[in-house]
Design a protein around this ligand. Structure first.
Ligand code: MRU
Length: 356
C-alpha cells in the first residue's frame, strides 16, 4: 500500500505557474476543504493559523512558500535579495518546529548553488526542490513507521498526543506511522487520542484520520490520561516532536511533558517519533528551544464560545520540553535511538547536514 489515506495533506499542483493545495485543518472534522494557495502571504497565514500544521508539513509548506514568494521576481539583480526577504518572512510564521528553518535553509542553499545560472532555471530548480522535500518526507515517515513497528503488538492500547499523523506530514506522519504500518500488517490494537487543548488537534485531527483508516480510536480529555495509566489501560505512548536538541530533550505540543512524567510514574514506555529534520544539533539541550506563545483567545473563546471571563488572564504556550531522561527511545527513519543521549543520537544521525 503506497499510503494510508487517499487525501493529500499538502501538494504542489502544476508547474511554476501552479499552486499549493492543502487541506484546511482548521475546518476538520466538520468540513474537508482543500485550500488553493497562490501567494506567499496566504501561505504564511495558513502556517500561522494552523491551516497546515505539524512539524514536517510546516517544513513542506515553507519550501513551497519560497517558490510562491520568488516565482514572479522579474529583475535578476533583485532575485537573491527577494529570496532573503521571503526567507525571513516565512521564518517569522512559527518559531518552534525546526523543520520550518531546515526547509528554508535547504531552499536557500539550492538557489545559492545555482547562483551563476539564469534566473528562470533557478526558479525551476527551487520548485523541483520543494517537491523533492515533500516526497522525501513521505518516504522518511514510512521508514519511521517501519522502525517503530516492533513496538506495536496485538491487543495493545497506545496513547498519543496532539496530531503527528498523515495530516502533520506528507504521508503516514511520525508518531502514527508505526500504527499505520502495524495496521497494514494486520495487527489489532486500539488508540487513545488525547483531545489536546486548546486547539483539539487530537480530537479533531488524530481521531479523524485514524477512524478514516479503520483504526479503533477513542478520544479522552487531556486530564484523563493519568487515570487510564493508573488503571493499567495504556501499554505504550508515542508522540511526535517539533524540535529535538542534541541531547534528546524534545519540544512537542503542550501537555507532552505531563504525559512523560505520568508515564514514568506508572511504568508506561514513552517514545518520540521524528525525522532527522526535526533534530537541532546547534542546541546542546532543550533549554534554548524557542516556545511559541499563542493568542489568549484560543483559550478564552476557543471555537467561538466565551469560556474564560475577560477579567482573568490566560497563559497559552503552544509547546513544552520533555527531558531526554523521560524518553525511552527516539524512533527515526534510521532506526531506534535507545537510550536517548547525545552519543547515541550522534552515532545514528551524525552525517545530517545540520549536525555540524
Ligand atoms: O501546533 P501544532 O499542531 O503544529 O503542533 C503539532 C505537534 O506538536 C506535533 O506533535 C509535532 O509537530 C509533530 S508532527 C509529525
Amino acid at each position: 500500500m503506497a499510503e494510508p489515506l487517499s487525501y493529500k495533506t499538502i501538494q504542489w499542483v502544476g508547474g511554476l505557474d501552479g499552486r499549493v493545495e492543502m487541506i484546511d485543518q482548521t475546518l476538520l472534522p466538520r468540513d474537508i476543504k482543500v485550500l488553493a494557495v497562490e501567494d506567499v502571504e496566504t501561505l504564511w497565514e495558513a502556517i500561522k493559523n494552523l491551516r497546515v500544521r505539524g512539524a514536517p508539513a510546516i517544513g513542506v509548506a515553507a519550501a513551497m512558500g519560497v517558490v510562491l514568494g520568488v516565482r514572479r521576481v522579474s529583475d535578476p539583480e533583485r532575485f537573491f535579495a527577494e529570496l532573503d526577504r521571503v526567507y525571513d518572512y516565512l521564518a517569522g510564521s512559527r518559531p518552534t518546529a525546526v523543520n520550518l528553518f531546515w526547509a528554508l535553509d535547504r531552499m536557500r542553499r539550492r538557489a545559492q548553488a545555482l547562483r551563476e545560472r539564469p534566473m528562470a532555471g533557478i526558479k525551476e530548480a527551487l520548485l523541483t526542490e520543494a517537491k523533492v522535500i515533500r516526497d522525501e518526507d513521505a518516504t522518511v515517515c514510512r521508514a519511521i513507521g517501519d522502525a517503530g513497528l516492533p513496538l506495536i503488538r496485538d491487543g495493545m492500547a497506545i496513547l498519543t498526543h496532539c496530531n503527528a499523523g498523515a495530516l502533520a506530514a506528507s504521508e503516514y506522519g511520525t508518531a502514527l506511522a508505526p500504527l499505520y504500518r502495524a495496521h497494514e500488517h494486520g495487527r489489532r490494537f486500539k488508540v487513545w487520542a488525547d483531545e489536546t487543548r486548546p486547539l483539539l488537534q487530537g480530537a479533531r485531527l488524530t481521531a479523524w484520520e485514524l477512524a478514516a483508516a479503520g483504526i479503533e480510536v477513542t478520544v479522552i480529555c487531556d486530564n484523563m490520561a493519568g487515570r487510564l495509566m493508573k488503571d493499567g489501560r495504556v501499554d505504550l505512548i508515542i508522540t511526535g516532536a517539533d524540535r529535538i536538541a542534541a541531547n534528546g530533550d524534545t519540544a512537542n505540543k503542550i501537555g507532552t511533558y505531563s504525559l512523560a512524567v505520568l508515564a514514568k510514574a506508572h511504568g508506561v514506555p514513552f517514545y518520540v517519533a521524528a525525522p532527522r529534520s526535526t533534530f537541532d544539533f546547534s542546541l546542546p539541550d532543550g533549554s534554548a528551544i524557542p516556545i511559541e506563545q499563542r493568542s489568549p483567545d484560543e483559550i478564552r473563546r476557543g471555537f467561538g464560545c466565551l469560556t474564560v471571563p475577560d477579567e482573568a488572564g490566560v497563559y497559552n504556550p503552544a509547546f513544552d520540553v520533555t527531558p531526554a531522561e523521560l524518553i525511552c527511545g527516539l524512533i527515526t527513519e534510521r532506526g531506534m535511538i535507545e537510550p536517548v543521549d547525545t552519543r547515541h543520537i550522534r552515532d545514528l544521525l551524525s552525517d545530517h547536514p545540520s549536525s555540524g
